[in-house]
Design a protein around this ligand. Structure first.
Ligand SMILES: Cc1ncc(COP(=O)(O)O)c(C=O)c1O
Length: 485
């Protein structure tokens, strides 16, 4: 069944569309079409939904029907709308688009676009030699059927060793290899959460985790992170766990995405105790654990404090190595791993053997690869922070001690408007509301520092230009966000 957006709903999503940048230079119908494209681009208007009839939208927006007709025509011509006479019009995207990791859509053919929607590095130089070495190892596996629902033993051993080296003794039986961290999260949710179950998440948090939780029909509540200092307010966080007793809490304690915060040791210990007392399972996403910068020491893994199998850790290769590898894992008790493997065979049976072998070779060189990544990220972070201080001094930035993102407090609740304007000048952004629930966080923007420094500086220059334009075209009247995190 196709879902439909009603005239009043679309009007609300469009907000002050007629006051957006570029408005002075374009007629009403073009501004309306641009605003709809903007909603599609930042994911606020889903693909494949039926738009309201022209008359209905004209009434909701209090504009003439001919303006809506012309806007719909332009959207059809640009490939954003498909119409069938008598049946209506559906949102779509032009053919040459792919989904970026944030859920934003990226045109493949736009070489000038600086994509700040994706917080991930290009592959390290060691990837091709690792892939070659993996093909040499492959014959060893070809005599079997190739299905390893918990992963090949070499990789499980390597991942278990890395946990043990971090001070958390781990056996290979406690590791299940997945096709990425996102897959790990999805599997854990399948096992640990029934539809309607309560889940506590940070706000802001990683958008695709919210998507996975929504897919499980979780009842999501949030813990708002502070902008600076340590991020988590211990009393509030532990208080919500004690009072709401959620079935599960999903947290990113190491260089949280998007804020970059690092959770202190003491809170880790108290968190596990509170979760145990409340009967809450903790799903700890360690995606960024390999990426402390400036020699920042890492607290012990959250699972170190676990005595009752309350903590399930998930992690993967995407951030320190390469997202295209699609290798992640779950660390849990051995019986939990067995249950996860049983759940997994109903989904994808196992991860590709060749990719797992590539991962084994990369992990064998972890020290060299990760040291180079940290140096690269620190230099890029500093370039981005410097460019922001120079070009957008009214934006507030707290410099993260690790990870790959800055969480910037803007000089107004303009994040989505800025993302739409930035698209016009070749910068793709993930605006604040993507990291929260219900369209909040308009005052914030995530800026990854995963691109080369020159691209980051260029992007900031372009953003500074459109930020100035937003003011000159009259600041749109945005609803005050109900939650500031
Ligand atoms: C916190 C967090 N979890 C999970 C993922 C997904 O990682 P993967 O590519 O391993 O599925 C990301 C990627 O951005 C992330 O930031």
């Amino acid at each position: 069944m196709t879902s439909q957006v009603r005239g009043v709903q679309l009007a609300r999503l469009l907000g002050q569309w007629h006051a957006l940048p570029g408005r002075r230079r374009s007629p009403d119908y073009a501004a309306l079409a641009a605003a709809v494209r903007g909603l599609l681009a930042d994911g606020r208007l889903p693909l494949g939904v039926r738009l309201p009839a022209e008359r209905e939208l004209a009434e909701a927006l209090r504009i003439s029907r001919t303006t809506v007709t012309a806007a719909y025509r332009e959207l059809r011509e640009s490939g954003h709308l498909a119409s069938r006479r008598g049946a209506g019009s559906w949102t779509m995207l032009p053919g040459t688009h792919r989904m970026a990791s944030t859920g934003l859509w990226t045109p493949l053919d736009d070489r000038d676009m600086i994509d700040l929607g994706v917080a991930a590095l290009a592959a390290p130089p060691q990837l091709v030699p690792a892939a070659r070495a993996a093909t040499e190892d492959l014959p060893h596996y070809l005599g079997g059927a190739g299905y390893h629902p918990t992963g090949i033993i070499e990789l499980r051993e390597a991942v278990a060793r890395a946990y043990t080296e971090r001070g958390l003794p781990t056996s290979p039986e406690q590791i299940m290899v997945t096709s990425g961290t996102q897959h790990a999260l999805d599997l854990v949710l399948r096992l640990a959460l029934s539809p309607g179950g309560g889940v506590l998440v940070e706000s802001p948090t990683y958008p695709n985790a919210l998507a996975a939780l929504s897919a499980r029909r979780a009842r999501i509540s949030t813990h708002g992170l502070a902008m600076d200092d340590l991020g988590w307010d211990a009393d509030l966080l532990l208080g919500s766990i004690r009072q709401a007793r959620p079935k599960l809490a999903y947290l990113i304690p190491e260089f949280q995405n998007p804020t970059g915060h690092l959770m202190a040791t003491e809170l880790r210990e108290r968190l596990v105790a509170a979760a145990h007392a409340a009967g809450t399972d903790l799903v700890i996403d360690e995606s960024f654990v390999d990426l402390p910068l400036d020699g920042t020491p890492l607290p012990p893994p959250v699972a170190t404090f676990d005595r009752h199998s309350r903590v399930i850790s998930i992690g993967g290769m995407s951030k320190p190595y390469w997202g295209g590898l699609r290798i992640g894992w779950v660390r849990a008790s051995a019986p939990q791993v067995q249950r996860l493997a049983a759940a997994r065979v109903g989904v994808d049976m196992a991860s590709p053997v060749l990719d797992q072998l590539v991962a084994v070779h990369l992990l064998a060189e972890a020290a060299t690869i990760v040291a180079a990544r940290r140096a690269q990220l620190a230099a890029q972070r500093d370039a981005l922070v410097g460019a922001l201080a120079e070009r957008l001094p009214d934006w507030r930035v707290s410099v993260p001690r690790g990870g790959v993102t800055l969480w910037v407090e803007l000089d107004g609740p303009v994040s989505s408007a800025l993302a739409r304007a930035a698209e016009e000048v070749g910068v793709r952004l993930a605006p604040g509301p993507r990291f929260g629930l219900d369209g909040t966080l308009e005052r914030f923007l995530r800026l990854p520092f995963t691109l080369p420094a020159a691209d980051l500086v260029e992007a900031v220059g372009r953003l500074a230009a459109v930020r100035y334009d937003l003011d000159r075209t009259g600041r749109p009247q945005w609803r005050e966000p109900s939650v500031i995190a």
